[in-house]
Design a protein around this ligand. Structure first.
Ligand code: FES
Length: 147
């Protein structure tokens, strides 16, 4: 399921959800998203993880593509988001860059990446981070923290 798919069991009716999912929604303050730990939140009944690595702000579905663990319970280390269960590592684009259980893997299967679930993120100069749920994925901005 991508972020833009209507979540099963949603409290919204499908039409309202599809309409609301086309708009930007503030889900956190920029200063709350640091490079120390991931941040879990929920938008339109979809769990999201927000994190900042390599200066890039990322919003992705809060769901590890390996076994479904909430990535917001993981940690940030060496510019990677690390899943708390088996330790898959994701970069700022949601791409899986390392599988600790298979350290010799030269090619990581795309199914281990959260890429297709990635949202575009923008940080507002004042207070907002606005992950956008949409049917196609625009190019993500760097989402750098404003001063
Ligand atoms: S559930 Fe995330 S690495 Fe296995």
């Amino acid at each position: 399921m991508s972020v833009a798919e209507y979540p099963e069991g949603s409290s919204f009716n499908p039409g309202d959800w599809q309409t609301l999912a086309r708009f930007w929604h503030a889900v956190a303050r920029s200063e709350d998203i640091d490079e120390e730990r991931p941040w879990g939140t929920r938008l339109l009944d979809v769990n999201l993880v927000l994190y900042r690595v390599d200066g890039r702000l990322t919003a992705a579905r809060d769901f590890c593509p390996h076994r479904g663990t909430r990535l917001s319970l993981g940690k940030l280390k060496s510019e990677r988001l690390i899943c708390p269960y088996h330790g898959l590592e994701f970069d700022g684009r949601g791409v899986c860059t390392r599988i600790p259980g298979d350290p010799r893997a030269t090619k990581i299967p795309p199914r281990f990446s959260n890429r297709s679930n990635r949202c575009a993120c923008r940080s507002s100069a004042v207070s907002g981070i606005l992950p956008r749920t949409c049917s196609r994925w625009p190019t993500a901005s760097t989402g750098r923290r404003s001063a």
